[in-house]
Ligand binder design. Structure first.
Ligand code: ATP
Ligand code: SF4
Ligand code: MG
Length: 341
């Protein structure tokens, strides 16, 4: 089982649905090894006009071979978390481990080692390649960056392209000479070079049309099964999340507000924010009444980050921020941060 993980000692004491759970409160079978373990991570940004808490005491974990979808509206903190997991950004506090190696504070050489275990696929495949290098050359460059010899990398390019459904000749094409979907396949091939234990897809299908998106999702699912990889899949869309994930964590204003098994949550969401996402009624016009508050606005009060948009909010919601707590049956592992659940 892959999951937002709990401190086991606390989990074993959990007895009722109303009992407060810490952000780590998500049961995990003790014999399973987390590939990724994010614990109590916070990241703030100070800009001239705002203090932004982009990630606010976020905890999650993913076990070997499992997948977790991290879903949330724009600006909820998903990419900030992904950047911290891959060592591109340092958290203010908290711990991030990939296969027991601490990412926070890792030196360059340690990060190179870590990048053999975790690879990222981004939203805009064309932009993720150097326009002046062929796809094959870029794949070889990426391998060299983490210490794989160019000869070894070159010899693996045809096999990797074939694994993602591209003919070997595509190694000689430039990013501008392939479609967005083909370019994303090449980006996935590049990520597969090291046989990573964990792949992070940050909006990897969002820029593609629906049909190509479905093909890339199939490819990711297929690779994951064949290689036994774990997956952190970041997206806006719960339907896409369900297609790729065992578990789901819903992010709002830098916090995880609902998490658990995708099959149990998606379609049966409990948090008003997740329900709103399910109903696909997020505003599409700049109507002031419906405007999504910025994360800085959501951070402004000490209450629930969804308060300004919630039909169920009351005085307590405005004042105090709810922590994740388990709801439903003990073995359902369904957690929600809402005073009314
Ligand atoms: N380097 C930075 N400096 C200042 N603010 C930042 C920085 N990086 C991110 N932010 C802010 O942190 C918040 C979270 O941003 P993030 O990119 O993590 O959101 P996201 O969930 O990935 O959104 P999207 O779905 O649009 O990609 C946003 O308000 C963003 O403006
Ligand atoms: S805590 Fe209150 S404001 Fe927040 S989602 Fe629950 S009911 Fe709505
Ligand atoms: Mg993002």
């Amino acid at each position: 089982m892959s999951a937002v993980k709990s401190e086991r000692a606390t989990a074993s004491k959990r007895t009722s649905t109303s009992e407060q759970a810490s952000a780590f409160e998500y049961a995990q079978e003790p014999e399973q090894t987390p590939v990724l373990e994010v614990r109590d991570v916070t990241k703030t940004f100070d800009t001239p006009d705002a203090h932004i808490v982009a990630c606010n005491h976020v905890s999650l974990s993913i076990n070997q071979g499992q997948s977790l979808a991290l879903v949330g509206e724009s600006g909820s903190g998903k990419s900030t978390l992904a950047r911290m997991i891959t060592g591109l950004l340092a958290p203010d506090s908290g711990s991030i481990k990939i296969l027991d190696q601490q990412v926070v504070g890792a030196k360059r050489a340690q990060l190179r080692e870590i990048y053999r275990h975790v690879q990222m696929v981004f939203q805009n495949p064309v932009e993720s390649f150097n326009p002046r290098r062929t796809l094959g050359a870029s794949i070889i460059d990426a391998a060299a960056n983490v210490g794989v010899s160019k000869a070894e990398a070159r010899s693996r390019v045809p096999e990797l392209l074939s694994e993602v459904g591209l003919p070997a000749e595509y190694a000689l094409r430039y990013p501008s000479q392939v479609s967005g979907g083909e370019c994303q396949r090449a980006a996935i091939a590049r990520a597969m070079m090291f046989d990573p234990e964990l792949i992070i897809c940050d909006e990897a299908t969002s820029a593609l049309d629906v049909l190509v998106q479905a093909q890339i999702i199939d490819l990711i699912n297929d690779l994951r099964k064949r290689r036994g990889m774990s997956l952190l899949f970041i997206c806006h869309d719960l339907a896409v999340a369900r297609a790729v994930s065992d578990d789901v964590a819903v992010m709002l204003g830098g916090r995880i507000v609902e998490c658990g098994k995708s099959l149990q949550i998606i379609g049966h969401a409990s948090h008003p924010y997740t329900q709103l996402m399910e109903a696909s009624v997020f505003p599409t016009t700049p109507d002031a009444d419906w405007k999504i508050p910025t994360i800085a606005e959501q951070n402004q009060n000490s209450g629930c980050p969804f308060y300004s948009r919630c039909a169920e909010g009351d005085v307590r919601c405005a004042r105090e921020c709810p922590a994740l707590k388990q709801i439903g049956q003990q073995d359902e592992h369904h957690f929600v941060a809402c005073w009314k659940r």
